[in-house]
Design a protein. Structure first.
Length: 158
């Protein structure tokens, strides 16, 4: 007959040989510990102020909205995670929108007065440049005549 090496019997064995004693605390030491602040484990409950009341109100409003949308008291799965992130995503979106709007505004328009564009010094040259060019050519002022022709030619190109 083959003997099984795995024992399937379960029994509780007590250690009756060792001399272990249970740890006993004196009641006076326990009272000393209770009086020390290091061993005071009571939690501090913050008083209800306007900020916590506002957050509780917003939380209740959000819960009512979710139960109205889904028709159930509690949402689970993907929608729960999405609705947890949605307030933060909305705040980030509003901040990006405000940043984009401020980048579109020219701060110099707000801070400084608008200035008129500079006036052309020789306005009569723009009205009738060929007559002035002929006059300069006849009086042998060729450099002025050349600059007038050049400015008229560049204005036509632009």
């Amino acid at each position: 007959m083959i003997q099984d090496t795995i024992c399937n019997t379960k029994e509780i064995l007590f250690d009756s040989v060792s001399e272990q004693k249970s740890f006993q605390l004196d009641q006076t030491k326990i009272e000393d510990y209770r009086l020390q602040d290091d061993f005071n484990y009571t939690e501090y409950v913050a008083p209800d102020n306007w900020w916590t009341q506002f957050k509780n109100w917003m939380s209740q409003l959000w819960s009512k909205f979710i139960s109205w949308v889904f028709g159930i008291e509690e949402v689970s799965g993907f929608w729960l995670e999405l609705f947890k992130l949605l307030p933060y995503l909305l705040i980030i979106g509003v901040l990006f929108l405000l940043g984009w709007l401020f980048m579109k505004v020219n701060p110099s328009d707000i801070l400084f007065e608008k200035q008129d564009p500079p006036q052309v010094r020789n306005a009569h040259l723009q009205r009738n440049p060929t007559a002035i060019n002929k006059q300069c050519f006849n009086t042998k002022k060729l450099s002025i005549s050349h600059s007038i022709l050049l400015s008229v030619h560049t204005q036509k190109i632009i």
